[in-house]
Design a protein around this ligand. Structure first.
Ligand code: ADP
Length: 256
């Protein structure tokens, strides 16, 4: 079995802790991701998916319990250390691309390295290398609002990969893409996972997008309700099972 790269132990998240409005969004989550896994997180709206992904990727800190990323306990680090650690270990992809419209595509992709004061020549080499892989090298001087959604998301992938992270965290990465660009993006993520061994943890509400993963974690009311491994299933067979899990849960919600 490959190494555990991400682990949550008894992870609990309470919003507005110690106030009359306290709300426990995650109850007691235990969760492991091994190197090379491609995990999709699904669940009804408000079930805790964003809270979960934020708490296992240093964006937010648990109220109690532990999160380990590449063996480091996140809560044991200072906020400066967390920033550095995030830069060195994790790449992020978001639904709305999170590109700055006042900066060129080049500057957006280069931003993590520019902030870390990496040598300009090295930055240029790395940006060109990634932009060539993602087929956006001719767009580097353009601004994001001059590019299509698919091109912007590919720039966001370049930015996520700029520092060779071993883990990619993606929150609804296809949420603003049409079906053609969504499947192109999923082929890219699958290629990064299969050919380069990058571990991926992704939130999505779409069974088709989940069918590119190797494991589904279904969250409901702040608990992990179901885990489904793709194993030897074809993508189509896996997709059918994902749909079944989602529709069974939807039926339960309908029936109250
Ligand atoms: P999902 O991503 O599955 O839609 P979230 O993780 O965003 O769910 O939210 C889980 C629950 O936590 C919801 O009931 C939501 O209202 C609540 N919640 C999320 N963020 C906050 C916050 N900052 N303060 C208080 N409650 C929150």
């Amino acid at each position: 079995m490959s190494d555990i790269v991400l682990e949550a132990k008894n992870l609990k998240k309470v919003y507005n802790y110690n106030t009359p409005n306290a709300f426990e969004a995650l109850h007691d989550i235990n969760f492991q991701v091994h190197e090379g896994d491609f995990v999709a997180i699904m669940g009804p709206s408000g079930s805790g998916k964003s809270t979960f992904i934020n708490n296992i990727s240093t964006i937010d800190l648990p109220t109690s319990g532990h999160v380990y990323i590449n063996g480091r306990e996140v809560r044991s680090m200072s906020s400066n250390e967390i920033g550095r650690f995030r830069f060195q270990n994790l790449g992020f992809i978001f639904q709305d691309f999170n590109l700055l419209d006042t900066h060129t595509m080049f500057e957006n992709i280069a931003m993590p390295l520019s902030l870390a004061h990496v040598d300009q020549k090295k930055i240029e080499e790395r940006v060109k290398e990634l932009a060539t892989q993602m087929d956006i090298v001719t767009l580097l001087k353009k601004f994001p609002n001059e590019c299509s959604g698919g091109q912007r998301q590919r720039a966001a992938i370049c930015r996520a990969l700029i520092n060779h992270p071993r883990i990619i965290v993606a929150d609804e990465p296809t949420g603003n893409l049409d079906s053609k660009n969504s499947s192109e993006l999923m082929n890219i993520l699958q290629m990064l996972n299969k050919d380069f061994g990058v571990t991926i943890v992704m939130v999505t509400h779409d069974p088709l997008i989940t069918s590119y993963s190797s494991r589904l974690i279904y969250i409901k009311d702040g608990n992990i309700e179901t885990v489904l491994d793709r194993e030897n299933l074809t993508q189509d067979e896996y997709f059918q099972k994902i749909v079944e899990i989602n529709s069974a849960e939807s039926r339960e919600i309908l029936q109250g």
